[in-house]
Design a protein around this ligand. Structure first.
Ligand code: ADP
Ligand code: MG
Length: 265
């Protein structure tokens, strides 16, 4: 693969706790190209967040390794967007978006112009002085996204950022994210368990097995851009892909239930 930005090489992760251990990931190998949008899709508990936390440097692999190809020196390697509670409650929208840049000691003029740019792109300019408690769930996620992009990281890691939103807000934010991604061409690893979301967003999906998670299949999403959910729904190839992936996920969920029942016996 040319232009590889992220390499995950045979990563396994075991969590040890009193009286036992949990194998979260086994032999995960993955490559992501510069500027690519990759979705990791798998059933709940299969280790998706663990893999993302490893890429974010928040967790260490038990074995195996990963690299993120560095770029410019004044950029952070990665920014993370969480499912919820990613905003700092005692800071305004403006301060939240500026946070990463300020921590890095970016000059005031750079902070101001980047914050304003991303407030604008995420439709938050009018809300810059509000505090998180005054915002809806969708707006809070916009703040997290604005902060992540304003930070100008080498790669963006997104852990089910829209999972707690209602359907309408979810679609609006997904399409906004695609617009910003098309402009910035950031490398994105995005976790979801929602097939429609992965079809709408990604260049490629990596399907994961039940816990302990490993990548079982890589699926290219061959649908032109710009995309909308209407285009995804109207495309017969995407409809077939949906069914195929749905079967895959179902099998994995069944497999994990059977394994759990055996453990409990
Ligand atoms: P997913 O994001 O796919 O739902 P996670 O990566 O959160 O899955 O979790 C995978 C497995 O690892 C689960 O069984 C979870 O309980 C376990 N796990 C995750 N983090 C920890 C931790 N810090 N300590 C112990 N077990 C953990
Ligand atoms: Mg998770």
């Amino acid at each position: 693969m040319s232009d590889v930005k992220i390499t995950v090489d045979d990563v396994s992760k075991v969590f040890y706790k009193k009286g036992g251990s949990t194998a979260a990931l086994r032999h995960v190998t993955l490559q992501v190209r510069e500027g690519e949008f990759v979705c990791l899709l798998g059933p709940s508990g299969c280790g998706k967040s663990t893999l993302l936390r490893i890429l974010a440097g928040l967790e260490k692999p038990s074995s195996g390794s990963f690299t993120i190809r560095p770029g410019s020196r004044d950029r952070p390697l990665q920014s993370m967007v969480f499912q919820e509670n990613g905003v700092i409650p005692w800071m305004t929208v403006w301060e939240n978006v500026a946070f990463g840049l300020k921590v890095r000691g970016a000059p005031g003029s750079v902070v101001r112009s980047r914050v304003e740019e991303y407030l604008e792109k995420t439709g938050l300019s009018e809300s810059a002085r509000l505090y998180p408690k005054e915002l809806s769930g969708g707006m809070k996620q916009r703040v997290s996204i604005a902060r992540a992009f304003a930070n100008d990281p080498e790669i963006l890691l997104m852990d089910e950022p829209f999972a707690s939103l209602d359907e309408q807000n979810k679609i609006i934010l997904q399409e906004e994210l695609l617009t910003i991604w098309a402009e910035t061409k950031k490398t994105i690893v995005f976790i979801t368990h929602n097939i429609d979301e992965a079809l709408l967003l990604s260049d490629r999906m990596e399907l994961m097995s039940a816990q302990p998670g490993t990548i079982t299949e890589s699926v290219d999403v061959r649908l032109g851009r710009p995309r909308t959910i209407e285009k995804v729904r109207a495309d017969s190839g995407m409809a077939k892909l949906f069914v195929k992936i749905h079967h895959h996920l179902r099998q994995e969920v069944t497999a994990s239930r059977t394994a759990k029942n055996k453990e409990d016996m």
